[in-house]
Design a protein around this ligand. Structure first.
Ligand code: WTA
Length: 654
């Protein structure tokens, strides 16, 4: 984040207390903080009992003896899918709509809890018939259609483990995730709708499985795009054919609370994405608790909409597991916000009378740019709570969101959390907290956060430092799939000592004079582009995999629309120089990254340079490149091996 915006965050003086009316009807009451403080572990046990159905009740809440791998509710048993489905039907809410789904071309489907439960039961029978059982890994590569949710819950129902791969990732990225998790089955669709066109998904799966040695036995294909697909007899199966063949009934069995629920790959500081592992009981407890309290969910009357794709953690926790565990009615939309017109999202809010809306700052900023006339053309009066996630929200965007989308009255909850934390960790509670634009504000009840200096001691306001979680929490990651060493090293080595374990989040933060937490962005080589995590090293590896490239350095440069943007500096191999124009080379390399990783990683700019700035020990000085990419005056360059290098780079760019 640029120094300017940090200043504006730290000196924000506007305050928005909750209205008396909102507070009176709110789910969370102020006492909740004291209750959690008095007995943190007991507080989570109460939540687990109140919010979930246990096939076998737990007697032990937290076992931290195997730190940093926690066991929550370890001797209890539950079925995650049963908690999200059957029990709502059994308690008389089977006719409540679970999902109002809207396809991009305008086709719609509404599924009640009874209907969704029936589909998941059949799907569980299909998967069981294909040999999927407890512990098996299933990759899911799908558009945002109801079957994506059905597939995830069917896997969960069997005690198996899903690995959802965002549909925008390339077949190379899909293959590496399938291989890392040794998936037995892939569930996909022929294609999905995006920007008025069908994008093929099955073809990418075929590409991913083309090379020898895959562990995948079957590919289940949902018909959605109606596009032509190639068929591998014996391996590929149509979802609708298989669903028609199986029994309708399926009894959910209880699995131990620590049974793995899913793996979700996310970018780290080194090249290879990490498979973040989440388990069942603690995860479901925290996502249900936070979803209910942060969004003030009244399931009998609210209509909730989280715009995230199910391929990201926000889609897992706040489209699938949190809302469905709480019996919420929600909207799901397949396509992009501007198809076929730039008011599509607002039209959906009007149509379904959405009362709770959860999206990312990057989306809010892009709507701001288009002007308020567009949302003003729709009736948004049903909105009563707004949420933000994925990156710090700048105060201007916060105020616009509240004024234009929230009629100047809706509370905004700015929720800080990560793929690794599983659920929301820092957020206001809308009936309690006096809101402050640009600050995520307070840890959730039952969550212990500290801001530490480089030396590990607590920093006092107004100093900034590094954000750590100081006590284990129910939805914490249980590891990195297949790499316990990397798990300890990445998150636990920096500030832990003896028996004291502190989770290092990778974010810089600051506590202001009111005690509110202001997030300042990543302190490592992870970029945040439109709320999506990307690793500089992963993109550098993609660039150097191209035969034209000798060396590459990637930085995240501040970008008004996307928060950060990928900017690459590339040295071409000497035999390549002059083979193309600089513009041609840059176009080729941008496309190459998109093809290797996915369109979200495509650099905004690729600069072809003669040299890269390095320290005397040979490390690339990313800071300086970031200055160049952001058009700033260059900082101190005295530690460079050759100070003329920067001159060469800036000369070339000007
Ligand atoms: C950033 C997304 C500031 C942060 C749920 C974190 C935020 C990374 C916020 C995790 C927020 C997320 N304010 N920064 N409200 N929410 N972040 O794993 O840098 O995709 O470490 O999880 O996003 O990204 P991830």
């Amino acid at each position: 984040m640029s120094t300017n915006s940090i200043d504006s965050l730290l000196h924000e003086s506007r305050r928005f207390p909750p209205t008396a009316e909102f507070s009176a009807g709110a789910i969370a009451k102020p006492e909740i903080y004291d209750e959690a403080k008095a007995d943190r572990v007991g507080f989570w046990a109460d939540q687990a009992r109140d919010l979930l159905h246990w096939h076998k009740p737990f007697t032990e809440t937290l076992d931290w003896s195997g730190a940093p791998v926690a066991r929550w509710f370890g001797d209890g048993e539950l079925n995650v899918a049963y908690n999200c489905l059957d029990r709502h039907v059994e308690s008389g809410n089977g006719d409540r709509v679970a999902i109002h789904w809207e396809g991009e071309p305008g086709d719609t489907r509404s599924l009640t809890y009874a209907e969704l439960t029936a589909e998941v039961k059949r799907a569980a029978n299909v998967l069981a018939g294909l040999g999927i059982g407890k512990g098996d890994r299933v990759a899911i590569y799908m558009p945002v259609i109801p079957e994506a949710v059905v597939a995830m819950l069917a896997v969960a129902r069997l005690g198996a483990v899903h690995s959802v791969v965002f549909g925008g990732f390339s077949s190379e990225s899909l293959r590496s995730r399938i291989d890392d998790a040794s998936a037995k089955l892939v569930i996909t669709a022929d294609g999905g709708w995006r920007k008025g066109k069908v994008f093929p998904l099955k073809a990418a799966v075929d590409g991913a499985l083309a090379a020898e040695g895959s562990t995948v036995e079957h590919v289940l294909v949902v018909r959605r795009g109606e596009n032509e697909v190639e068929w591998s007899e014996g391996r590929d199966l149509w979802w609708h054919d298989e669903m028609a063949k199986v029994a309708a009934e399926h009894v959910a069995e209880g699995f131990e609370a620590e049974n793995p629920l899913f793996i979700l790959y996310t970018s780290g500081t080194t090249g290879k994405p990490k498979g973040i592992l989440h388990t069942s009981g603690g995860y479901l407890t925290q996502v249900a608790f936070t979803h209910k309290n942060v969004f003030d969910l009244h399931p009998e009357r609210d209509v909730y909409w989280c715009t995230a794709d199910v391929g990201w953690i926000t889609g897992h926790s706040y489209v699938v597991y949190g809302p469905l565990a709480n019996g919420a009615t929600q909207v799901m939309y397949e396509g992009t916000p501007d198809t076929p017109h730039p008011g599509r999202w607002w039209e959906l809010i009007e149509k379904y009378k959405v009362s709770i809306f959860y999206t990312a700052p990057t989306a809010i900023r892009s709507f701001m740019k288009l002007g308020r006339e567009i949302p003003d053309g729709f009736d948004l009066s049903s909105i009563r709570v707004l949420g933000s996630v994925g990156e710090p929200i700048n105060p201007e965007a916060w105020i616009w969101y509240r004024d234009v989308i929230g009629a100047g009255t809706a509370p905004i909850v700015d929720t800080w959390w990560q793929t690794e934390t599983g659920g929301i960790m820092i957020s206001a509670l809308p009936g309690i907290t006096t809101l402050k634009p640009g600050s995520a504000q307070v840890p959730m009840p039952g969550i212990k956060i500290d801001i530490l200096g480089e030396d590990g001691t607590r920093v006092d306001p107004p100093q900034g430092g590094l954000l750590v979680v100081s006590e284990p929490w129910p939805s914490m990651l249980r590891g990195i799939w297949g790499d316990p060493e990397r798990f300890r090293e990445t998150y636990w080595s920096r500030f832990s000592a003896g028996d004291t374990w502190k989770y290092f989040a990778g974010d810089g933060a600051h506590v202001d004079s009111d005690g509110d937490i202001v997030l300042l962005g990543r302190v490592d080589d992870v970029m945040n582009v439109s709320g999506h995590r990307l690793s500089t090293q992963e993109i550098e590896s993609a660039l150097v995999s191209h035969p034209m490239v000798a060396e590459a350095a990637v930085v995240g440069a501040a970008d008004e629309a996307t928060g950060q943007a990928v900017v690459a500096f590339v040295i071409l191999r000497s035999d390549q120089e002059g083979a193309q124009t600089v513009d041609e080379a840059s176009t080729i390399l941008r496309a190459h990254v998109a093809q290797q990783i996915g369109a979200i990683a495509r650099p905004r700019q690729v600069f072809i340079v003669a040299e890269l700035p390095k320290t005397r020990s040979g490390k690339i000085m990313r800071r300086l490149l970031q200055d160049v990419a952001e058009g700033r005056e260059l900082g101190d360059t005295t530690t460079l091996t050759d100070t003329s290098v920067m001159q060469i780079i800036t000369d070339k760019l000007n």
